[in-house]
Design a protein around this ligand. Structure first.
Ligand code: SAM
Length: 383
């Protein structure tokens, strides 16, 4: 299936499912997947292409290791293996992030900082997590297996000196043996511990563990469509479910009476509250709760909800959420999904309970990977 391999790691990495395929072909495959999943739907719109379609990722996490010759390798494990693919180059990541990673590797060598060894569970450098924003601000999270870093002061000083766009550096300690990158303890070594982004004219704070869309220009298209499909009016009460740092709710707040954002991650909720303040939005509130549980409370209290915008993780919405949604009977539901299969499952349930699909709009957020983002609008049928 491979046409022109562009990335030199294409054969070993496996990070890009569509490596070697032209971008047009990738879009065709994604469109086909959505068309096949919803054979009866007439309102499937053409997928919105990503612009740019390379170097779009604003969040990159890498693992440290050593190769057979004991040379430091920093990258990601090849699919289903324990082989670390170096990330000296990457087609889909923000190029500056790759530069910062390479610069940090040089400093690790300069200061003889040890590399964490997964086998014996000893050593320092375990992972790096780097995030960037459209305001050209970069966040570096250094994840170590033990609290001590050789020449820590000099190391941090040099990261700043050689990478002036780095606005904050966080040291996270992870001595646990799970698949989680970040451990429970963090300390800010430089800057404020967060970076800021600008999206559709609003400012947003991004903390280390908060969800934030990884493709900035596509996030704007995704949100614009979600808001358009919601057909909002000034008297509406809107739920922004799985709201992350409050982006969607804050952006649409000016069109409605009230917004309630619900999200399970405490750090994201803290960011959301500050984001509302930064943007002087006064008609939004945030609740830190499991979305299904919170919707059940609303349904029990017979709260009047006009519109629900939901953007769940890959697992989709749970039964509690969907049951409460059909009890609340919002006029419109806008479902943003990063997993077509759970989307299909949840839409089937809503269709059985008096909702009809108005539009299905795929948006390409993740070129070179098989992941598909979709915005679907549903309307409550007259009863
Ligand atoms: C795909 S993200 C969407 C975030 C946000 N809408 C945005 O566009 O930035 C999904 C969010 O759901 C949150 N989440 C996951 N499971 C949840 C649950 N059961 N209840 C509430 N929030 C949940 C995650 O922490 C994450 O912030």
């Amino acid at each position: 299936m491979k046409e022109n391999n562009v990335c030199k790691y294409a054969d070993v990495c496996g990070g890009c499912d569509y490596q070697g395929l032209s971008y047009t072909k990738q879009l065709e495959l994604k469109q086909e997947k959505i068309n096949d999943l919803f054979p009866k739907e007439k309102n499937i719109l053409p997928i919105i292409p990503s612009d740019p379609y390379i170097n779009y990722r604003n969040k990159v996490q890498v693992t440290f290791g050593r190769d057979e010759k004991k040379k430091i390798v920093v990258g990601n494990y090849a699919k289903d293996s324990h082989y670390l693919v170096p990330i000296e180059e990457c087609m889909i990541c923000d190029l500056k992030i790759i530069e910062i990673i390479n610069s940090i590797v040089r400093l690790i060598k300069k200061y003889h900082i040890s590399i964490y060894d997964e086998q014996v569970k000893k050593g320092t450098m375990r992972h790096l997590l780097i995030r960037s924003s459209s305001l050209n601000e970069y966040m570096v999270i250094i994840v170590t297996g033990s609290p001590h870093i050789n020449y820590q002061k000099e190391f941090i000083r040099d990261i700043k000196k050689f990478n002036p766009l780095v606005k904050t550096i966080i040291h996270n300690i992870n001595n646990q043996h799970t698949s989680m990158i970040l451990g429970p303890k963090s300390a800010v070594r430089y800057g404020k511990g967060f970076i800021k982004d600008e999206l559709m004219g609003y400012r947003f704070k991004i903390s280390p563990s908060s969800f934030y869309q990884i493709n900035h220009s596509q996030a704007e298209k995704l949100y614009t469509n979600a808001i358009k499909y919601a057909e909002l009016s000034k008297s509406d009460i809107v739920i922004d479910a799985y709201c992350g740092t409050g982006t969607i709710g804050i952006i649409l707040s000016k069109y409605v009476k009230e917004v309630i954002g619900v999200e399970i991650n405490e750090d994201a909720i803290k960011d959301a509250l500050e984001n509302a303040q930064i943007n002087e939005v006064n008609n939004i509130s945030f609740v830190c709760d499991e979305a299904g549980k919170y919707m059940r409370k609303l349904a029990k209290n017979k709260k009047k909800i006009d519109i629900v915008i939901m953007d769940p993780p890959r697992s989709g919405a749970n039964e509690d959420f969907l049951n409460s949604l059909i009890t609340l009977k919002p006029r419109k539901v806008v479902y943003i999904s990063c997993n077509p299969d759970t989307l299909k499952r949840d839409l089937t349930y809503l269709q059985k309970h008096n909702y009809q699909i108005k539009n299905i709009q795929p948006v390409d957020m993740f070129p070179y990977t098989m992941h598909i983002e979709t915005v679907v609008s549903l309307e409550l049928k007259n009863q």
